[in-house]
Write a protein that binds this ligand. Structure first.
Ligand code: ADP
Ligand code: MG
Ligand code: MG
Length: 910
């Protein structure tokens, strides 16, 4: 049997065997230690136990076959390379045992330093440390005992779950007894005493003595690192960061080097550029006479890395050389950890460093200038989420303000202004040039004007998917929702929070990123990136590296992308803004918003009409209003396509709520007033009540049931187009029929529309397209038929998701999505990012079959997915012609469409 020598699974890699591309297997830390080793940089020798071994261990709770032997073999080579044996009483080799997963999870997992120390080898370590320089033997003793107490502390905490505070208290006690705050004042005897105290703590919690056998220490530490993958905080962190749960962690075993050997030793961290701004030049912290953990733990004050030049010029110069080399090699910002042991520099870690959104753009631009990467690569290295972040104003954090409440950061940004409680008041004050924050318990569609006028929106109820949140995100307006410590009293125009009363006109500040609410005005900085998009900062002349970088990368994205980007806009102002942001047309102009506000009354007349004459009169009154709206939009979008959706929501949405009407009627009857009109309205509301309004009388169904409604809208569109075109601009209307499920529905609407269009357009040269939304699953599955009657499709992915999953959007997100996310049924809400496998498949089928039936069919998508980075990549892959999203998301979609092109179509060969 033994001779058969089956090929054994390789679980352990020496550093010399790995490289930076093996992150999945060796973890980020291990892969990069290997890379540095192979670059010839001074890395202490060591080896990496793979994520495969970790995964196997986590399944069975035991080390997989062969692992122990492989570790023994690699340990033997390590001992040979170092000329020492692990834990040798005379001259011990010590190692660190370090976790390292594919994605960095800062502070989530564990590291144990100084493994191999015990009651005997601590003496050997002291003798060896003093050997080189007899005068420092006192220092050497101190160093050895300090290292030993660190081992017991880290091992106890990490491997045996001894509460960390107990060790810290013991350390504090020792310092107090000595009358100092600085652990450097503890001498060898103090530390020896501390080791005794630590051992007692260890025994108390584990019921056993601190293990003296070095190999046992090593094995237990490795196990503990494996297990830390499933520690609760690690699980939570992964869920939050959307890191897959099944990757496992690798374990690195590294020969120790010592930064705590005296003043000519030390340890530090550094970045090759400023990770906050992206500015060139090194950034870092250094701490003399310390072990690695001390720098991040903030135990003592670090000095800026530049100080090292004075302390140890040779190591400093070498370090700078290595950093430059790493940047050139990784072609990116690197962060590093290093230790200096008696004047000798050691590299302990590197990785491509995390950075702020601003730094991501600035650095990508710089690296292009430096010839390290090309523009395709620069585009690949930034993303839409970062760009979105840069578009929001921010609070200046150099001011001390305490939040009074915390809600949900529903739509990012920072806003300050006077509190108002009604939409009307918001509009009034805004017209006087005031900044206002609209405060409501919840918002509803009637608050729209107030939301537009306000600087920010604060609600005490509702989550990330409430009306306030969704609309605010769409408008790119700051919103904090669900701040439930706030008690809103609209009639009295005040809110109470933490015992304080805030009345209309008082100033508050809200942070839509953190959800925090402040009283008073926190100073805000506007986004330079938005100023650039709006045209008020000239990228060629402004001395702002961020704006220049954004401009450069956006221009490249525009050159590369295949998807056009349109916007969802219902007003001329929105359209104009979106155009400045780079929109190439309107993909969704909702007409129902034109029926709100003071026009509601006309809709009521339409609904209550007792005969044709009354209905026609109501429609005739709506016609000029609609026409004027369209004229304004066509003018703004001169030369660009404008897709207008015929009315979509159920009509009762335009009527007052049933309960309110019923109360009004009852009260008025009581007083003996004439209530005929109100009663008629109440009867209509009762008649039109639906159990499932989203699946009821809406969209194309309205057009087929209410004579003249769609005809009025089509006429308004065509007439507006003719007027605008006659005045010298170019109107390109596209009429879109919502909620079609069968080609017959579309054919009926189309026949009537074509007649009206032909009559209105005459020889004006205006061309009007007629198409449909694909948002009912049946439409997607019969797209081949529907394409016969449609000149374009626009995927309404919100409804398609709603009906594809059978999720009532307004109900499900609050009710049970959290559970679905927890169970991993989906990783992200399908309303946020398109479900490729299901809903996405419907899109794919409809696109293919639609194009097969009508090759020139235009394909687009409207709905929130059009501005979602992941979804944009999907629409690119499916081969749509455009995406449409809210004005504020247009730059994000442009950027992501460019990235999608670079990533799926390969590098630019031009
Ligand atoms: P993290 O992933 O939390 O940064 P690390 O594994 O990098 O944890 O280790 C924490 C600290 O211990 C680092 O600052 C590192 O410099 C130090 N350290 C790790 N291994 C060694 C070693 N072999 N010799 C000296 N210091 C080490
Ligand atoms: Mg580290
Ligand atoms: Mg819809």
């Amino acid at each position: 049997m033994a001779k058969q020598e089956t090929v054994e699974h390789k679980y352990v890699y020496a550093f010399a065997e790995g490289n930076k591309d093996l992150k999945e297997l060796l973890g980020g830390k291990g892969a990069n230690l290997a890379e540095m080793t192979n670059l010839g940089l001074p890395v202490p020798p060591g080896f990496t136990i793979t994520t495969e071994a970790c995964k196997a261990y986590l399944v069975t709770g035991e080390e997989p076959d062969g692992l122990a032997d492989q570790i023994a073999a690699h340990l033997a080579s390590l001992e040979q390379a170092m000329g020492k044996r692990l834990g040798d009483p005379e001259d011990p080799l010590l190692v660190s045992v370090r976790s390292g997963a594919k994605f960095s999870m800062p502070g989530m997992m564990e590291t144990v330093l100084n493994v191999g120390l015990n009651d005997r080898s601590v003496q050997g370590l002291a003798r060896q440390a003093s050997g080189a320089d007899a005068q420092t033997s006192g220092g050497a003793d101190r160093f050895a005992w300090d290292s030993y107490r660190r081992l017991i502390q880290m091992f106890g905490k990490t491997v045996c779950e001894v509460p960390g505070e107990e060790f810290e208290h013991a350390l504090d006690d020792a310092k107090r007894a000595k009358g100092t705050h600085d652990d450097l004042d503890l001498d060898a005897d103090d530390l020896r005493g501390l080791v005794d105290a630590y051992k007692k703590i260890f025994f108390k919690h584990t019921g056993r003595e601190f293990p003296q056998e070095p190999r046992e220490q090593l094995d237990l530490a490795i196990r503990a690192v494996f297990e830390s993958w499933n520690a609760e905080r690690a699980v939570l962190y992964r869920r939050q960061e959307r890191i897959p749960a099944d990757l496992g962690t690798a374990v690195n075993v590294v020969a120790m080097v010592f930064g705590n050997l005296g003043p000519d030793s030390g340890t530090g961290v550094a970045f090759t550029r400023d990770p906050a701004s992206g500015a060139q030049g090194i950034y870092g912290d250094y701490l003399a006479n310390a072990q690695g953990e001390d720098v991040v733990a903030g135990i003592r004050n670090t000095v800026p890395l530049q100080e090292l030049e004075r302390l140890d010029k040779k190591s400093y110069d070498e370090l700078l050389g290595i950093m430059a080399r790493l940047e050139g090699h990784y072609r990116d910002l690197c962060d590093i950890e290093f230790t200096i042991e008696r004047g000798k520099l050691w590299m302990l870690q590197t990785r491509v460093g995390k950075r702020t959104a601003a730094a991501a753009f600035v650095i990508a631009g710089q690296l292009v200038d430096e010839g390290l990467i090309d523009l395709d690569e620069a585009l690949h290295r930034v993303n839409g989420a970062q760009l979105a972040q840069l578009m929001f104003p921010r609070f200046r954090l150099d001011h001390e303000f305490q939040p009074v409440a915390k809600g949900i950061g529903a739509s990012p940004g920072a806003a300050s202004g006077k509190v108002v409680f009604t939409s009307a008041r918001a509009v009034e004050l805004a017209a006087e040039g005031e900044s206002v924050i609209l405060v409501r318990r919840e918002t509803n569609p009637d608050d729209l004007n107030g939301m537009i006028a306000a600087q920010g929106i604060l609600t005490s109820r509702g989550g990330k998917t409430s009306h306030a949140a969704v609309v605010a995100r769409g408008m790119g307006k700051t919103c904090v929702s669900g701040a439930d410590e706030i008690e809103v009293n609209v009639p009295q125009r005040r809110f109470v929070v933490g015992g304080q009363t805030v009345v209309e006109g008082d100033v508050v500040s809200i942070d839509g990123t953190t959800g925090k609410v402040y009283l008073g005005e926190v100073p805000v900085m506007p986004s330079e990136v938005v100023q650039y998009f709006e045209g008020s900062l000239d990228p060629e002349h402004v001395d702002n590296p961020l704006v220049r970088a954004v401009h450069r990368i956006m221009s490249h994205a525009d050159g590369r992308r295949r998807l056009a980007v349109r916007t969802n806009a219902d007003t001329g102002a929105d359209a104009a803004r979106a155009r400045r942001f780079g929109a190439e047309g309107i993909g969704l102009c909702r007409t129902e918003h034109m029926f709100l506000g003071d026009r509601r009354e006309l809709v009521e007349r339409l609904i209550l009409a007792r005969d044709n004459t009354e209905r026609e009169a109501a429609l005739a009154a709506l016609l000029p209003l609609q026409r004027a709206d369209f004229e304004e939009i066509f003018r703004e979008m001169d030369g660009m396509p404008v897709t207008v959706r015929l009315i979509d929501p159920p009509l009762h949405e335009f009527l007052p709520p049933l309960e309110q009407l019923a109360v009004n009627v009852a009260v008025a009857q009581e007083r003996g007033e004439d209530v005929a009109q109100e009663e008629a309205l109440l009867a209509a509301v009762r008649r039109m009540h639906e159990e499932n309004p989203m699946l009821g009388l809406r969209g194309v169904r309205l057009g087929l049931v209410i004579p003249g409604l769609f005809a009025m809208q089509v006429r308004a569109i065509a007439e507006a187009a003719v007027t605008v075109t006659r005045s010298g601009a170019v109107a390109r209307p596209e009429i879109m029929v919502p909620l079609v499920g069968a080609v017959q529905e579309l054919e009926t609407v189309r026949a009537e529309a074509e007649k009206i269009i032909a009559e209105v357009v005459g020889d004006s040269g205006v061309e009007v397209l007629i198409g449909t939304m694909i948002e009912v699953p049946r439409a997607a599955l019969t797209a081949g038929q529907i394409a016969e009657a449609a000149q374009f499709f626009s995927f309404g992915t919100n409804d398609l998701t709603q009906m594809g999953w059978g999720f009532s959007r307004d109900d499900v997100e609050g009710a049970f999505f959290w559970r679905y996310l927890e169970l991993g049924i989906f990783g992200i809400s399908p309303f946020e990012s398109i479900d490729r496998d299901g809903v996405g498949r419907l899109v794919r089928i409809a696109a293919e079959e639609g194009r097969a039936a009508r090759p020139e069919l235009k394909l687009g998508v409207c709905g929130e997915h059009g501005g979602d980075p992941e979804s944009v990549h999907f629409f690119h892959e499916v081969g749509l012609d455009y995406v449409s999203c809210s004005p504020f998301r247009v730059p994000v979609a442009r950027l992501e469409a460019g990235r999608a092109a670079v990533e799926t179509d390969g590098s630019d060969s031009r």
